[in-house]
Design a protein around this ligand. Structure first.
Ligand code: BTN
Length: 245
């Protein structure tokens, strides 16, 4: 069960870093959660940093040792995390919650949560995974340029961080169990919750702006898009991203 062992820190650089250090010394195993009240060097996607308000937002990393997960199927871990975060937000914010491929959670155009996953591979299998999740809970003074939001901002009232964390872990356990029970169909809800699915969106392909219509995600985690010339193809995050932030 994820969350049966929660290691809580008042202040650290990054929960993902601490999780990696603990894993390398065999101090944590499958199911452990590293939780920090404050991160001094929170890390984001594509080398960015992740800022959150000390004591007000949720920053944690989940340690997983999946059984026989092939490296080429590792995107399921992102789906599980994104679905869990989506559910937590959707339970509190009734409308406009979406998963922005690959695994941000938005309310309308504003980002409320980010996920950073680091997998250690051995041969063709995923040995360990560190699933870092940052969810804005009570922070409200977001830099306007970042187009961020939080649960408090969306609901108009503060939320209890420990309660939100427990809900997140419960939902993570739920989606993990669904995936284990039905690896092919258990996570199809991810596709239904995709931001701009079926709508034309501004994207960047190999550095050039394009209009594309996200359709679905393939088993490798690549976004399947239709382009203006009608061509349908799948691209990974190495080639395709949404325009903007
Ligand atoms: C993103 O850029 O969207 C990903 C942000 C991930 C932030 C979380 S906070 C907990 C964990 N520790 C980190 O240093 N990063 C992740």
């Amino acid at each position: 069960m994820f969350g049966s062992n929660v290691l809580t820190y008042d202040r650290l650089e990054s929960t993902n870093k601490t999780a990696a250090d603990l894993l390398s010394n065999a101090k944590v195993a499958h199911g452990a959660v590293i939780l920090a009240r404050e991160q001094t060097d929170g890390r984001g996607q594509r080398g960015s940093s992740w800022r959150s308000a000390p004591g007000q937002d949720l920053t944690l990393s989940i340690v997983a040792e999946p059984k026989a997960l092939r490296a080429d199927a590792q995107f399921v871990l992102g789906k599980i995390a994104a679905l869990a975060v989506y559910d937590v937000v959707r339970a509190r914010v009734p409308e406009h919650v979406r998963i922005k491929w690959p695994n941000d959670v938005l309310v309308e155009r504003r980002k409320i949560a980010g996920i950073l996953i680091k997998n250690d591979l051995v041969g063709e299998l995923v040995l360990h995974s560190i699933i870092g999740i940052g969810l804005n809970v009570n922070s409200t003074d977001h830099d306007e340029e970042l187009l961020a939001t939080s649960l408090a901002r969306e609901t108009g009232h503060p939320c209890q961080v420990p309660e939100v964390m427990q809900d997140l872990l419960d939902r993570f356990n739920h989606w993990w169990a669904k995936w284990e029970a039905a690896p092919e169909e258990g996570l199809v809800s991810y596709s239904d919750r995709l931001w701009t699915r079926g709508r034309w969106a501004d994207m960047v392909l190999d550095g050039a702006p394009i209009k594309a219509r996200p359709m679905d995600v393939d088993p490798l985690g690549r976004l399947i898009v239709e382009r203006e010339d009608g061509l349908v193809s799948a691209f990974g995050t190495d080639r395709l991203r949404f325009a903007g932030r």
